[in-house]
Every structure is written in structure tokens, then in C-alpha cells.
Design a protein around this ligand. Sequence first.
Ligand code: HMG
Ligand code: MG
Length: 296
Amino acid sequence: HLPKKVTIIEVGPRDGLQNEKNNIPTDDKIAFIHKLKNAGIKEMELTSFVSPKWVPQMKDANEVIQACLDNTRNFVLAPNRKGIDRLFETNCKAVAVFVGVSETFNKKNINKSTRESMEELQPIIAELKQKNYFVRACISTSFYCPYEGKINEQEVSKLCSQFVQNGVDELSVADTIGMANPKEVFSLFSKLKAQLPDTLITGHFHDTRGMAIANVFAALQTGVDRFDTSAGGLGGCPFAPGATGNVATEDVVYMLEQMGIETGIDLSKLVEAVDIIRPHLTRSIESKYYRLQTQG
Ligand code: HMG
Ligand code: MG
């Protein structure tokens, strides 16, 4: 049985833009975010508090947050103490921490072992929960790692349990390089749903091999009703070679609405949001729905 309603967590302004080579004007990022909100997005990753030397595109995080906070759930990504200290200087009340199941990936992405990251994050999560923040944990390389290959389900499940014990509200379980197939997705998400019934479980699928929409459907069948998606299908982690965009918000919304599953999102406004950001991109928009609407 499929859910009647699905929550879309828009990650375009963060995952979508972080890997873009051009310096995108802050005002256009803000206009993009406002249009996405206008389309009905109620949860969004706005930006990230990471090192501007590692990810220059996210260096205007403060301005973006200041212009975009409202009464919906606005996340900022933060991997370490410094990121959390920056968060505390804003009025943003939802944070996404991130860790890779794969040691090698975690090292390349945040320059720490997975265990070191977990040790740093444990007291941080406790403090955030005590201060009433909403905390999501993004679990990278939950299926495959560009450096280590196939990831063991048990390892993912162990890391997820640790985060839940530490107090997170949500786990966003990611196929970072778009290598998972629907059978693997069904298997992992079934186990996580059974194992962690009181935690929000979200699917985060990159579309490198065209499997992402099928993976959304596989996860839906396990009862997952939250998905990270990116307008225009933008996205990719700079430290995960081979990662292309996230599954496109408009393609997921189209599929769900056609299936009678409510998203609350207006497709034509999503297309307008992509139009705002498109001139700044070095890549073309690959989403099926966008192409159909704009190129006939
Ligand atoms: P490091 O070099 O080991 O850090 O990098 P450090 O602690 O030694 O500090 C070095 C410098 O960075 C210092 O500045 C710090 O102040 C500064 P300096 O003294 O040289 O001027 N620094 C910071 N500045 C701003 N914000 C911070 C911060 N922390 C330190 N939070 C670090 C470690 C974590 C900073 C670095 O590796 C980094 O920024 N990594 C971010 C990587 C990233 O953003 N990846 C993409 C997001 S994750 C993703 O896309 C996957 C996901 O979508 C799910 C999926 O698909 O798998 C979520
Ligand atoms: Mg991602």
C-alpha cells in the first residue's frame, strides 16, 4: 500500500548548486528559493555552513538564510562545530548534519573518519535537541561508494541506529553516486522502516544511471513518504566523482500526482523556478518534465 501524501524536501539550492562552477549571484539564488516556496515547497535545504575553500558556491550562506527564512522548515547543512556555531548566529531552526558510511568518502568529503565525525556530532546533536532544533542526519554512500564500492546494509543500519540514539529527528538515506537499483532500495528501506519506526526516513537519490525515479517508487512501496529532490535535477557532491544530479523535483511531483499521491506542489511554478536559475548553470537541464514544458 502506498502513502496518500508525500513530503518533498527540496535540495536544489544546496545539493543542486554546491557543485556549480559559476559564481551564481546571491540575489538569483534567493529568487530561486522564493519561487520554490511559492510553488508549495514546505521543507528545503537552503544552503550549507561548510568551508568556503572547499565549497566556494556556499560562501553566501548567511545572506541566503537571512533573505529566505519563514515559517516553513528551512535546513542548513553543517558538518562540524564551526558550522553549528555559524548556525547559532542565525534564526534558522533546522539543521542537517552529514556523514558517510564509507570511511574513504567521509575523509574526502569532511576530512575525518566516520567515527571521528560521529564523536564530534554526538554532543552537538544533544545540544541542538536540548535547544529544540529539528535535526536531520544525511547518510551518504548508503549503497555504493565511489572509492570503496558496494556498502554493506548492516553498516548503514548501524550508523542510522547510532544517530537515532543520539536523538536525530530524521534520517536522509542517500545513494550519493546514483548506483543503487530498486531491489537494493526496497531491501534497505524495508529494514530501516522496521528497525526505526519512530524516526522520519527520507530517500535521497542521485540519478547518474537513470534509476532515481524507479528508486523513489521502490522506497514508496516500503512506506517511505519523504523524498529529497532537486528542481531541474541539479546536484552532485564535489567529493563524490561520478555523482550527477538528484532526481528532479518536477519529475517526482509529476509521477506522484499522476498516481493520486498528494504533494501540494504546483508544477508550473516549479518550471518557473528552474527558469530563474538556468542561465547561471554550466550544465543543461535533463529533467523530463521541464524539457517537455519548455521545448515542446
Ligand atoms: P578541514 O580543512 O579539515 O577543516 O575541512 P579544519 O577544521 O582544519 O579548518 C580549516 C579551515 O576551514 C579553517 O579556516 C576553519 O575555520 C574553516 P582557516 O583558519 O584556514 O581560515 N572551517 C569552516 N569554515 C566555514 N564553515 C565551517 C568550517 N569548518 C572549518 N563549517 C571541513 C573540514 C568539514 C570544513 C571541510 O572538509 C568541508 O567544508 N567539507 C564540506 C564538504 C561538503 O560541503 N560536501 C557537500 C555536502 S555533502 C553532500 O553533498 C552529500 C548529501 O547530498 C547526501 C548524498 O548525496 O550523499 C548530503
Ligand atoms: Mg546529495
